[in-house]
Design a protein around this ligand. Structure first.
Ligand SMILES: C=C(OP(=O)(O)O)C(=O)O
Ligand SMILES: [Mg+2]
Length: 401
């Protein structure tokens, strides 16, 4: 019933106004799935390769479609993803593009779910998945590669860890975002927004810490549950090999100073989460920091692990972190993302399912987070392509998908 009978690929717009790949998968019994690839700005050096969408589409039409159409069942995700890997023939999807691969992989999953008449999270996670829901990490202030003339740290993330429900957590993050706007206004700071809808004010990182801390406290008092915050430092973008350090405007921090700085911020602000605090090649620096603060907070590898089981295994062996960011397009297929989640979970690592800074209305990651019992989902706070996922989470929790 789920034999794939057609795959269509097209260019559509992403949230930055760039083209990206959208895939439609159709099955023998009329099952239909549509998905689109997201796209990063602060991409890790070891990510699977995103090709220009026209090239990715042409290559996938030539190499992947003959292996899928009339050959593979959409309900068998491993078979779909193996066909994509075989069609590509490289380690990093440089032939058909990770953007074509991930769009087809996710669209096939949706077509498989459609044939079953099941929501995607249930098709991916099974009937006996747990009862828990991920806590949304909401980017509320940021800069780095996502906005010019703003903070050096890429993302300050509200984390409503005490929220009684997904819906209350989602609205709490929106309230923090709104409160920050008021606090910036009080200080006479004009703020544009970055790629993910976070405020991108021209303030120092120190001032951003103060403002976010005040905003989460205010909203937490209003709502009556605990809201913390965390960071994505995207430190590979701050690291300059020529300077042998992390560049914050005029200041350069050595690796030891960077570890000290992050550990101090974790202490001072009770940070619940720190993503990519060190360069993407610095397993040792990650391990030093994890030894210092790993009992207090999540130390998460994004560019460090790039959703790749080999890089994750190296991190596990080195005690480099205690959590992993999962971005399906970093590795190219849902099966690969599942493998990374499984390895992480087996080794006591928390999983955080994540959007990219360039997104579409696609909601697959909301289902992936629920299907895999992820502790967290990082998918913005406001702005249509972000609320698409957050609203889908609310619907899933309400049994309304
Ligand atoms: C979402 C992120 O940004 P990008 O998609 O630009 O890598 C991130 O670094 O976690
Ligand atoms: Mg990141």
């Amino acid at each position: 019933m789920t034999l794939i009978t057609n795959v269509s690929l097209r260019r559509v717009l992403d949230s930055r106004g760039n083209p990206t790949v959208e895939a439609d998968v159709l099955t023998e019994s009329g099952g239909f799935g549509r998905a689109a690839a997201p796209s990063g700005a602060s991409t890790g050096e070891y990510e699977a390769i995103e090709l220009p969408p026209s090239e990715a589409i042409a290559a996938a039409r030539e190499h992947a479609l003959p292996r899928l159409v009339g050959e593979v069942y959409a309900g068998n995700q491993r078979e779909v993803d193996a066909a994509l890997r075989a069609a590509d023939g490289t380690e990093n999807f440089s032939e058909i593009g990770a953007n074509s691969a991930v769009a087809v992989s996710m669209a096939a999953a949706k077509a498989g779910a459609d044939v079953l008449g099941a929501p995607l999270y249930q098709h991916l996670g099974g009937t006996f998945r747990g009862e828990s829901f991920p806590t949304p990490l909401g980017n509320v202030v940021g800069g780095g590669e996502h906005a010019k003339e703003a903070t050096h740290i890429q993302e300050f993330l509200a984390a409503p860890v005490g929220a009684p429900s997904v819906s209350e957590a989602v609205f709490a993050n929106a309230a923090v975002h709104a409160r920050i706007s008021e606090l910036l206004d009080d200080r006479g700071v004009p703020a544009a927004k970055g790629d993910e809808g976070a405020w991108a004010p021209p303030i120092s990182d120190a001032e951003a810490f103060e403002i976010v801390d005040e905003a989460v406290d205010d909203v937490s008092d209003d709502l009556g549950f605990e809201i913390g915050f965390g960071l994505d430092m995207a430190a590979a973008e701050l690291y300059d090999a020529d300077e042998d350090g992390y560049v914050y405007g005029d200041e350069v921090k050595s690796t030891a100073e960077q570890v000290e700085y992050v550990a101090e911020m974790v202490d001072e602000y009770d940070l619940v989460y720190v993503e990519d605090p060190l360069d993407e090649d610095d397993y040792e620096g990650f391990a030093d920091l994890t030894e210092r603060v790993g009992e207090q907070t999540l130390v998460c590898g994004d560019d460090l692990f790039v959703t790749n089981v080999e890089r994750l295994q190296a991190g596990i062996d080195a005690d480099a972190a205690n959590s992993i960011l999962i971005k399906p397009n970093q590795i190219g297929t849902l099966s690969d993302a599942f493998d990374a989640i499984e390895l992480a979970t087996e080794n006591g690592y928390e999983t955080v399912i994540s959007h990219r800074s360039g997104e579409t209305e696609d909601t697959t990651i909301a289902h992936l987070a629920v299907a895999t019992d992820a502790g967290f989902i990082k998918t913005g706070t406001v702005q249509g392509e972000r609320t698409a996922k957050l609203n889908e989470l609310i619907r899933i929790a309400d049994d309304a998908v």
